[in-house]
Design a protein around this ligand. Structure first.
Ligand code: BES
Ligand code: MG
Ligand code: ZN
Length: 493
């Protein structure tokens, strides 16, 4: 769908040409050409102050056959100095959605007009194609008329002076990052009845089969043999069988230096006996956002094929209430041998991740990143724009942080001094307490998982605040955000 080109091809027609214009300064060269083709009408618009240049202001100009593009969209970029990559993402999202509304399927984008100081054009190309993908995503619905064909883009031509193979690679890379993120978003948006642990495992297998990854799923009996008492305890409360899903991408001859991703795959969290309040409980279908991020990252990895061994482990269950459900006060034994007093059955994420992390280690992970919609407290601490971090290794975290900067998905690390650790040990009857209280809730939750990572470098990403948005954004509708798929992929790239 992406074509790279140094100029608008003569004899070819485009439904729309998209050009960015700054508040001050001349038209970018491509726009000067189009202006000539249109006998100076774009300049005329500028004189009449009808060519808007403030950030995000869109002007639509019909060319009536005088140019190879039927429609010219100019989009204001504001002042050159404060135009950022985030702005680029938003603006491309905005124009693409507008073009889709107008049923314009063949787009040409003037890449050079979106240049940013100190940023390589390859990166601009990556962000543009990534943003086109993100803006193209549509949330699946289940209405009577749902099956009407969605309008989709057919072709995007990226035009610029430096167009070469590097650009081609960047465009494909950006598309991969966009598609992986959209896979995460899609999974998060699926209702709980349509995405049980069994179906999540099937979705994971699709990703594995598509890219030739090794794939395995542990069933209840396998978990019993391996002593995965924590995952099994959560799964007691539901009729849906739990799954421990494993994908392996082996780039090296030997299975060593393995990066392990562990994603919370709780397909619906009612809280268990420690039942959640009813208001907005339906949103707890998103409690597999960590699993979705990991699978989205694996989709990207399958496309860009980094030179690194990667393991993905997804413990998956529902958290419901039946007659055999886990109860507050129960003591369970995790795979690692540690015992846990379950003070609150709604703190189930850390339980299933305890076994997920232990299993990832057993399968050879030397570096760990877990991703989980783990605590409501992270929303209170950081709001819904920043992912909360707990880690046990500065160097490993520095890498994750750098990857998050590249993907522009902000993270922030919490303090982890000894008093927080002490809270975990506050059970009189077991090694660990799964819910030591509200204070520092995101920290104790993270450190609980860290107890199972032990000495392995480990970073925990709490995406409870960032995995879901109730607002419409320029690149998408409300719902799953796909957060951290790109960060995980950048980490191993
Ligand atoms: N899945 C929730 C966390 C969550 C909250 C995700 C809001 C997304 C949005 C998690 O399993 C949970 O219930 N955590 C409890 C822990 C508490 C009982 C210690 C919480 O945050 O209230
Ligand atoms: Mg819960
Ligand atoms: Zn949960």
């Amino acid at each position: 769908m992406y074509t790279i080109s140094k100029e608008l091809k003569k004899g070819q027609s485009y439904d729309a040409l998209i050009v960015g214009i700054h508040e001050k300064g001349e038209f970018p060269p491509l726009l000067q050409n189009v202006d000539q083709e249109l006998d100076g009408q774009v300049s005329e618009l500028k004189k009449l102050k009808q060519l808007h240049t403030k950030k995000g202001e869109l002007t639509k100009v019909f060319t009536f056959g005088k140019s190879s593009a039927q429609v010219l969209y100019t989009i204001g970029l504001g002042k050159q100095a404060d135009f950022s990559l985030d702005d680029l993402q938003n603006i491309i999202g905005q124009v693409v959605r507008e073009a889709k509304k107008g049923k314009l399927a063949q787009l040409a984008i003037d890449v050079d007009s979106f240049s940013i100081a100190n940023t390589e054009t390859n990166e601009i190309v990556h962000i543009i194609s990534e943003s086109v993908e993100l803006a193209s995503y549509v949330v699946d619905t289940y209405k009577e008329k749902t099956n009407e064909k969605q309008f989709s883009l057919e072709a995007v031509t990226l035009v610029g002076e430096k167009a070469d193979e590097e650009w081609e690679k960047a465009a494909l890379g950006g598309r991969a990052f966009g598609e992986g993120t959209n896979l995460s978003r899609k999974l998060v948006n699926i209702p709980g009845n349509m995405l049980t642990p069994t179906i999540l495992a099937e979705e994971a297998k699709k990703v594995a089969d598509k890219h030739g990854f090794e794939f395995d799923v542990l069933e209840r009996e396998d978990m019993e043999k391996l002593g995965m008492g924590a995952l099994l305890a959560v799964a007691q409360g539901t009729d849906q069988p739990p799954k421990m899903i494993v994908l392996k991408y082996q780039a090296k001859e030997k299975w060593e230096d393995v990066v392990g991703f562990v994603g919370k795959g709780l397909t619906f969290d009612a809280g268990g006996i420690s039942l959640k309040p009813g208001l907005n409980m339906h949103e707890m279908k998103m409690d597999m956002g960590g699993a979705a991020a990991v699978l989205g990252a694996m989709e990207i990895i399958g496309q860009i094929k980094p030179d690194r061994n990667i393991l993905a482990v997804i413990p998956s269950s529902e958290n419901l209430i039946n007659g055999s459900a886990l109860k507050p006060g129960d003591v369970i034994r995790a795979m690692s041998g540690k015992t846990i007093e379950v003070r609150n059955t709604d703190a189930e994420g850390r339980l299933i991740l305890a076994d997920g992390v232990a299993y990832a280690k057993q399968l050879g992970a030397n570096y760990l990143v877990d991703v989980a919609t783990l605590t409501g407290a992270v929303l209170i601490a950081l709001g819904n724009s920043t992912t909360g971090v707990v880690h046990n290794n500065k160097e490993w975290y520095a890498k994750v942080e750098e990857a998050s900067e590249r993907s522009r998905e902000p993270v922030w690390a919490f303090p982890t001094h000894k008093p927080y650790h002490d809270l975990l040990k506050s059970s009189d009857v077991a090694d660990l307490n799964n819910a030591p209280g509200r204070l520092g809730g995101s920290i104790t939750a993270g450190l609980f998982i860290g107890e199972f990572a032990e000495d392995t470098p480990w970073v925990h990403l709490d995406i409870a605040g960032t995995a879901w948005t109730s607002k419409k954004t320029s690149t998408g509708q409300p719902g799953g955000t796909g957060v951290m798929a790109r960060t995980l992929a950048h980490l191993v790239k």
